[in-house]
Design a protein around this ligand. Sequence first.
Ligand code: ADP
Length: 492
Amino acid sequence: MRILFVTSEAFPLIKTGGLADVSGSLPAALRTMGEDVRLLIPGYRPVLDKLSNSRILIEMQWLPIVGNVTLIAGEMPDTGVPVIAIACTMLYERDGSPYLDAKGREWVDNPLRFGILSRVAAILGSQDSPLTDWIPDIVHFNDWQGGLTPAFMRHSQAACAKTVLSIHNLAFQGNCAEEWVEKLGLPPAAYHVEGLEYFGQLSFLKAGVFYADSITTVSPTYAQEIQTEEFGFGMQGLLSSRSTDIHGILNGIDTREWNPAIDPHLAYPYDAEHLEQKSLVKQALQHRLGLSQDADAPLLGVVSRLANQKGLDLLLECADSLLAQGCQIALLGGGEPLLEHGFWRLSLNHPQQVSVNVGYNEPLSHQIMAGADMFIMPSRFEPCGLNQMYGLRYGTPPVVRRTGGLADSVCDTNAANLKDGSATGFTFGLADSPSLLECIQRAVEYYHNKPVWKLIQQNGMARDLGWDQSAREYRDIYRSLLEEDKGLGTRN
Ligand code: ADP
């Protein structure tokens, strides 16, 4: 099958969160299985700089507002997956993150930036594509940034590929003013509840949910949750109406990038049989972060966006109790100023017990994952979550709230689960600080029982967290769509 995988970020080209990790690994896994996958991504400066073997592919004309863009062909530097980058200086080459300016505000022209991404995806996925020798059977687009892809297809005259939407986080919807409908070249008649309109705005994600042939999300539990009022962010009705087309597929992780035995960011590599080396990593981390060199102090790791979703305010609320009981905290992340400030204050008051690094830091994220004793994720909601899986792989048992992908990937520790070898971490139910505190205290008790702790670590490290199974599930979805209707590429 020919699959065009449309994404707004992909590791190692550019990354703000889990979507980049998935976009870096899923296409590679599909390719290993023999599928012909190409990635379509905006040509941000780091993308153009990091692409291997890049060359101009074609000039694309007649796009809304911008007129022309240049498609650049290249390859992912590590996996060799073919990439098509959309080069357009005015849209994509600027300082700041892919979505936000230096002050953390959304770029005002995001509807245009990602409207063009969707438009280009729709053209490449149709018989009007200028790339006549490679027309996909499937266009698999991700999150709101690609959301208009099937809308453009539905309103084009040409025959088009089948479409799959993957929702990585329903909280981000790409809602904008109605005027963008015409500006982006969509028919005004489609601005309707049975189409693009969502509570008085154009919604990229709603359009994706409405028009996509199939919808996936990144864990089975989240697939159910998004159809409820509590987690549906207003889209639960529409999503429920499409429930037979919604599939929950747990993300895998990149097991080469995240492997404590060969991790170049660690001075002391280790595996499940050599966990004593992990204590050396902890020692080095404590030293680097200025924490007291106490081998027995339970070190709690956090690597996260600091956003309400992640529930880290709950950790702040119970931090004093945890510190009084001898715990240490190593936090890496950034986001909401109130949370950044709260953790800063905590570290100023307890410099030997709390380390806070604000910003994005790939090596440090690996060192915390390896050097911490347990990894804390008290998320209010979590579509999949990757860090808890990295924690499992690094022998750093996760302490997580039982929601979304956290519920699907971490198995609580109790007598029965220890006996049958399924215990891999610690879970709690209510999103409040007493529940989190109780759960961490329970984990700390086990932590001081070294033989049992080692079992929990080894259970997690033995879990198969790679992409094989999930990639097969995606392939099954593509195949079933093409069985309904022979894909375009196949027809040609
Ligand atoms: P989300 O996509 O909601 O932010 P995930 O757990 O799915 O959360 O993925 C987050 C990814 O981003 C992980 O790979 C994590 O290690 C990484 N990450 C988050 N914040 C930072 C940071 N400040 N520095 C380095 N990596 C980070």
